[in-house]
Ligand binder design. Structure first.
Ligand SMILES: C[S@@+](CC[C@H](N)C(=O)[O-])C[C@H]1O[C@@H](n2cnc3c(N)ncnc32)[C@H](O)[C@@H]1O
Length: 498
């Protein structure tokens, strides 16, 4: 049988995958169940069976065998996820130390996922050799980091000390920690709690800040991952996922990739100071007020920035000061509950910062997302209650985000689908208002409803891949029904109404 993808190797990327045949957008490229699933680093106290948050104090539920956090249902069903480490804790009488009420993080749980990986190695040494042993974990670079020291104290010494697992050498335990740090995917449980999963084959795909793959994870307890082509990919084309957030600027992405994944990204977007013509990280020039500032070396955060028009240079420290101020304003805004006052404040700040930044700047995209979320969803003023001008405003905000997503997350991606879902409602409400207010003809009404139907139909084609227990999965069925309803409405527009 033809392999799903071909694994190649380069000096820069290590192993990476290329398509072994032409792929159409939406086609499944690869499906995999994780080798291990477990709590993230610095997790709060969670059930070691189903990962729901648990009370970390002495009042919280515990495993009747080993005494570590486990909810009553998982205790009754002898949660398979917890079984392997349960035997280790029970045999060596490793007690879970209850936490004070105010504790937010439980460092004792840091050892769980590395331990599960080590026990999985013992249970299936062949799979380890074939799939895991080759995974990059940047041993030398990690040794220089604080993470290495913290892992040494919290994990290596804990497993080899109280847990008496001296059969796992220190270097192997650090390898497990490194494999998790560099390769693990974050997934969510039914209750929305984050977990780490290791998919050894999926982890081969290289990173790009403009990925061409998309994935969805099942919540049936298996955490099965389906990886699909987001756009058409020709045979031999590189396969890219993203290890970072596409809607952040180059500097922020580089910091995240260098710190957590130990490499510098040289993708076309990172190398281009305009970020593929979007000016996603560019402030306005304060010297000439005409041009935009772009970095003289996007991979070097502290390099000076030049105006595209007057060519005057601005030190990055000055730009950084402005960005920090805006980030603080955004954080303060996000902390407030949704209200009309918050909406008005967000609008004011958005307009204010439009005079300082390129309209596509990532911080203005964050403002747009905040405004989209609130417009039509503030108490006492639903979408139907919005005047035409605000509906049009909401449509423009959404289209602004979609333009960016078309460049950075093109094709059949979840982020685009969610925005297309957002778009259909104001389009349809505005169309109805205009038509029933006798401001547009029936044929213009039909066209506008068709635009809304197309948006929600495209959203459905992507969201239908999501597990129906996830909010995106729930949205998929809403999209389907709304699409049908809109098509019926379009069919009902009669000639007389023309
Ligand atoms: C999840 S692993 C990918 C598989 C890995 N190449 C291997 O052979 O196991 C992530 C590591 O691959 C390398 N890598 C992935 N994408 C890269 C990129 N765009 N540029 C440079 N290195 C990359 C980095 O070393 C990174 O830490």
């Amino acid at each position: 049988m033809q392999p799903e993808f071909e694994v190649l190797r380069s000096e820069e990327l290590g192993r990476y995958g290329v398509a072994s045949r032409d792929l159409k957008a939406g086609e499944i490229l690869h499906t995999e169940t994780p080798m291990v699933v477990g709590p993230k680093q610095d997790s709060a106290v969670v059930c070691l069976g189903c990962n729901i948050f648990l009370d970390g104090t002495s009042a919280g539920p515990r495993c009747s065998t080993c005494g570590w956090p486990l909810c009553p249902e998982c205790d009754d069903s002898q949660a398979p996820l917890h079984r392997a480490e349960c035997r280790v804790f029970a045999k060596n009488r490793v007690k879970f130390q209850n936490l004070p009420k105010e504790a937010m993080v439980c460092l004792q749980l840091d050892c769980i996922t590395p331990l599960r990986l080590l026990l999985a190695k013992e249970a299936d040494p062949q799979r380890w050799e074939q799939e895991v042993a080759h995974m990059e974990y940047h041993e030398e670079a990690r040794k220089q980091t604080q993470t290495w020291k913290v892992d040494d104290t919290n994990i290596v010494k804990y497993l080899r000390g109280p847990c008496k697992l001296t059969r796992f050498p220190e270097a192997l335990i650090q390898q497990a920690c490194g494999i998790l740090e560099v390769n693990a995917f974050e997934a969510h449980t039914v209750s929305g709690n984050p977990v780490r999963c290791v998919f050894p084959k999926l982890a081969i795909f290289a990173h790009s800040c403009v990925p061409n793959l998309t994935h969805s994870i099942s919540l049936d307890g298996t955490f099965r991952m389906d990886c699909r082509a987001a756009v058409d990919i020709p045979k031999g084309g590189m396969l890219y996922t993203t290890y970072t957030f596409t809607l952040t600027g180059t500097k922020e992405r580089q910091v995240h990739l260098r710190r957590g994944k130990y490499f510098t990204c040289h993708c076309p977007r990172c190398l281009d100071p305009t970020e593929l013509g979007t000016f996603f990280s560019s402030p306005k020039c304060t010297s000439c007020s005409e041009g935009y500032l772009i970095s003289t070396d996007p991979l070097e955060a502290s390099s000076p920035w030049l105006c595209t028009s007057c060519k005057i240079s601005t030190p990055f420290a000055q730009i950084s000061e402005l960005l920090t101020k805006i980030e603080e304003d955004i954080a303060a805004l996000k902390a407030k509950p949704v209200s009309r006052t918050k909406l008005i404040e967000a609008e004011k700040l958005f307009k204010h910062y439009l005079t300082f930044l390129h309209p596509n700047h990532y911080l203005l995209v964050t403002f747009r997302e905040l405004l989209i979320e609130m417009l039509g969803h503030v108490e006492g003023c639903g979408l139907n209650g919005l005047p035409e001008i605000l509906l049009q405003h909401k449509i423009h905000l959404i289209q602004g985000v979609l333009t960016i997503l078309d460049t950075f997350e093109p094709g059949m991606t979840r982020a685009r689908a969610m925005m297309l879902f957002e778009l259909h409602a104001p389009l349809a409400v505005l169309a109805r208002k205009l038509f029933f207010g006798k401001k547009i003809t029936a044929s213009a009404f039909r066209e506008r409803l068709q635009e809304a139907a197309s948006a929600v139909g495209q959203a459905y084609e992507v969201l239908k891949w999501e597990d129906c227990r996830l909010s995106e999965g729930v949205l998929a069925s809403i999209c389907k029904n709304t699409h049908t309803q809109l098509l019926n409405d379009i069919a009902d527009i009669t000639e007389e109404e023309e």
